[in-house]
Design a protein around this ligand. Structure first.
Ligand code: PSU
Ligand code: MN
Length: 312
């Protein structure tokens, strides 16, 4: 079964399609971070500023989301506004939810996993976000492992992120990525960043200093016929790093509350993110926004370098 004209399930905006056809660098951006990851109106302001930052590096932004059941690469400002405003009312859509939301012609926010799916299908190789999903603490009994990791195993898109938030088991997340053949690079760092903190204490597979170096590694990885994605860990700028003495207790408390309240499945990550934000006050939101900006800059640079490589 293929899609028909009557039911277009997937769409690339004309702006992004033209950029891709012209060989311009494009950076994909996710929308769960908008609808579920940040409150309104900071989510909207951040999403639009991230697009501006990507442009300022010489690349074309392509925010991904689901509008009326159509998985769309390159949301218009009004569509971003819709997802930002609706927030938790729109579905958080991972791989297993895509067909359900498409058939219902509902709106949806794409996670890292579904943003990768859409980016790959459109021909976009670089994607910027805040933090990826991973292996949850206690996963040995809950089995809670983000579908983001499986997507990284099977979809050739490079995800620039500030590492993994310590609501997760960072060590197990790296073990999982190793098993599935996903390279983890550190942008100017030997250890994977831990979102609000610059250093998780867990080593990356390759330290890189420049976007050009990342592009070379991606060209080699994919040139060898490997189909997995890659994680580019980019530490939060030092001036925005959080105090571990504030963040770590907040994370511990959020985790303990989620266990007590029996939060499960796809609600776990949004619950923990929102709770950590409440417990640390507005400051953590400001850091969150700054690290996303920083990832957008680096992703823009990587996309530019990757295009330069492909056309040289
Ligand atoms: N981690 C964050 N911020 C986020 C997310 C994760 O620090 O906004 C979002 C991303 O969209 C990610 C998703 O893909 O949560 C993972 O959800 P889950 O753990 O349910 O797979
Ligand atoms: Mn999960």
């Amino acid at each position: 079964m293929t899609e028909t004209k009557k039911y277009p399930f997937f769409r690339v905006s004309p702006r992004v399609a033209q950029a891709l056809a012209a060989g311009q660098p494009v950076v994909a951006l996710e929308s769960t971070i908008i609808s579920h990851g940040m409150p309104y109106p900071q989510n909207l302001e951040t999403a639009l500023e991230v697009e501006e930052i990507v442009r300022s590096r010489g690349a074309v932004p392509a925010t991904v989301g689901i509008i009326g059941g159509v998985l769309t690469v390159g949301l218009e400002t009004e569509e971003i506004r819709l997802l930002a405003h609706k927030g938790n009312e729109v579905a958080k859509v991972s791989r297993r939810d895509l067909g359900i939301i498409a058939a219902r012609k509902a709106h949806g926010a794409t996670t890292v996993a579904t943003t990768m799916i859409a980016a790959h299908r459109a021909g976009v190789r670089v994607f910027a976000t805040g933090g990826i999903g991973g292996v949850h603490r206690g996963a040995t009994s809950s089995f809670d492992i983000s579908a983001d990791l499986q997507e990284l195993a099977r979809t050739p898109v490079a995800v620039v992120c500030a590492g993994v938030k310590s609501i997760l088991d960072i060590g197990l997340t790296l073990e999982y990525l190793e098993t599935y053949g996903v390279p983890v690079l550190g942008m100017g760092c030997d250890n994977l960043p831990a979102f609000f903190l610059r250093d998780s204490g867990f080593g990356v597979d390759g330290r890189v200093e420049t976007a050009a170096e990342v592009a070379e590694m991606l060209v080699a990885h994919w040139g060898l016929g490997l189909v997995s994605g890659a994680v580019i860990g980019n530490p939060i700028p030092p001036q925005f790093e959080e105090d571990p003495a504030r963040v770590i207790p907040a994370i511990e408390q959020a985790l303990s509350e989620s266990r007590k309240q029996g939060i499960r499945g796809k609600d776990t990550t949004p619950f923990l993110l929102a709770r950590v934000k409440e417990l640390t006050g507005g400051e953590s939101l400001a850091s969150n926004i700054q690290l996303v900006f920083n990832n957008a800059r680096v992703a823009g640079d990587i996309a530019v370098q990757l295009e330069a490589h492909i056309h040289s």
